[in-house]
Design a binder for this molecule. Structure first.
Ligand code: ATP
Ligand code: MN
Length: 477
């Protein structure tokens, strides 16, 4: 039985065996208290070893230190102390693996930087246990949401030959000896000789392939790893992250916005309902952390309040053009407090997005109809010829969490745009053909999974919400 289940049992001196890792040991000869955690829950179970228990010898007891892995068998009794309802009166202890004092996860507060260097052991802390249980629940909720709504999970390729997405720098995939690749007569690398007979990379998005699926299965979603060789060392970017990309035939931009809002609210609500203990722990952790900060740097809302706020409030919808007007009239713009200039046509910077979300509207915002020059070639053009049917969902503290659009479904318009942005139509002939045969209005979006986990856990660095972060100069573990 896992600790999560044992903790819910009515204590009646029934025999239980608890297997897990020792968090703390305290007490002396007369009685020893061992807190054990097996990762099934944030809560530890307490094992009590009485001093006169001659079934458990002193050597065994001595080898039980923080970090050791043990199996404790004994009777489940009502706890004598406060803080827990039940405890195990130990009768037998097996030490699977001891841990000496060099075990890095000693019971004290470690910095996130330190824990990142110990990513192989950081799972054994309360904080990372909570984060990865929440991450699992969010992944499960995402699959459940789409399944319940009739979407099919489509596995799009990780290795791709299309560099058309333009979403970011790509990692090359090759079997060439990079010191000595085959060359063509004019000295270029001869990709015809490579494994796939062409230049290939790790995908930056499953969208283009997702669209092919949607234009037959009607409702699909992808949920897989995505790679961007962007050298941006921010707290919101990873080189390897997971993305969820629903794509729906017959959806227009308005349907797409409604889906994005309903979907995000559903998964956050799922976490609120199913991860209450872990969220409460993380909320307290954040409050403790903020105690050291000046008042004006503290969050306006505690974690649970912030999550409920997103679940309970309609997202604000406005166009890019309206957003620019608000920014132009804003105090930080007038007082020249923004680092980047504001004018129609700019790609909004994080400071602008955060002003709109955190200061102006004080709730999630969906911005639509961006200038076509700053958005991808596949977005449906508006009648004015200036903007496209794009939508970005902006969240407090995170900025962009979702980017999506209605897709261009007119063959000629799409082809013209492809050429304008300098993509060789031959490279994506298959994508273009879906507009030639039975084209249909359709829309979709991409949600960065780690940005969602970041928001829900209240963590501040994206490296702390993925088990093994991949970032510039860092791919250990
Ligand atoms: P940003 O401007 O924040 O870099 P983007 O415009 O490159 O985002 P998209 O190409 O629209 O983002 O990708 C869809 C979603 O994937 C984004 O809304 C975001 O949630 C997530 N995302 C994008 N790049 C990264 C990254 N490097 N690490 C983690 N998540 C990312
Ligand atoms: Mn980007």
């Amino acid at each position: 039985m896992q600790i999560k289940e044992i903790l819910t049992q009515t204590p009646a001196e029934q025999e239980v065996t608890v297997k897990g890792w020792v968090r703390t040991k305290r007490g002396q000869a007369a009685v020893t208290f061992i807190a054990i955690n097996d990762g099934s829950t944030i809560h530890n179970i307490q094992a009590v070893v009485e001093g006169d228990n001659n079934q458990i010898n002193e050597d065994t007891l001595r080898s039980i230190t923080t970090g050791a892995c043990v199996a404790v068998t004994g009777k489940l009794i009502a706890s004598q102390g406060s803080g827990q309802a039940v405890e195990v009166k130990a009768e037998k202890i097996e030490v699977y693996g001891s841990a000496d004092e060099t075990f890095p996860m000693q019971p004290k507060r470690h910095s996130m930087e330190f824990l990142r260097e110990k990513a192989h052991l950081r799972f054994r802390t309360n904080t990372f246990g909570a984060i990865f249980r929440i991450r699992h629940n969010l992944a499960f909720a995402i699959n459940k949401y789409f399944n319940d709504k009739g979407f099919f999970y489509l596995h799009t390729p990780i290795i791709t030959a299309s560099d058309a997405e333009g979403a970011g720098e790509m990692f090359h995939v090759t079997t060439f000896d990079i010191k000595n690749p085959p060359k063509t007569e004019d000295g270029q690398i001869d990709y015809k000789e490579d494994f796939f007979g062409r230049e290939t990379s790790l995908t930056v998005s499953g969208q283009l392939e997702g669209e092919l699926g949607a234009l037959a299965l009607s409702k699909i979603y992808t949920f897989g790893p995505t790679f961007r060789a962007e050298n941006s060392n921010t707290t919101r970017h990873l080189a390897e992250f997971w993305m969820i990309e629903p794509e729906v035939a017959f959806y227009e931009l308005e349907d797409n916005m409604a889906l994005a809002e309903d979907f995000v609210q559903y998964v956050i609500k799922y976490a609120l309902e199913n991860c209450a203990d872990d969220l409460a722990f993380l909320e307290k952790r954040l409050l403790d952390e903020e105690k050291n900060k000046p008042q004006n740097e503290r969050s306006e809302m505690a974690l649970l309040e912030k999550l409920r706020f997103v679940v309970d409030n309609q997202f604000e919808r406005l166009t890019y053009t309206e957003a620019i007007e608000i920014l132009l009239k804003s105090k930080p713009h007038k007082e020249k407090k923004f680092q980047y200039p504001v004018e129609w046509g700019i790609d909004l910077q994080s400071e602008h997005e955060r002003y709109l979300v955190e200061k102006h509207f004080k709730k999630p915002v969906i911005l639509t109809n961006y200038p076509r020059e700053i958005k991808a070639f596949y977005m449906k053009q508006d009648a004015d010829g200036k903007t496209v049917r794009a939508m970005d969902v902006l969240f407090p503290g995170i900025g962009e969490i979702i980017g999506g659009s209605q897709r261009e479904d007119d063959y000629e318009k799409l082809l013209t745009r492809v050429k304008e942005v300098g993509i060789d139509p031959e490279n994506i002939w298959w994508y273009l053909e879906t507009r030639k045969f039975g084209s249909a209005p359709h829309s979709g979006f991409g949600l960065g999974f780690e940005r969602l986990v970041l928001f829900v856990t209240g963590m501040t660095n994206i490296r702390d919400v993925i088990p093994f972060p991949r970032t510039p100069k860092s791919a250990e573990f």
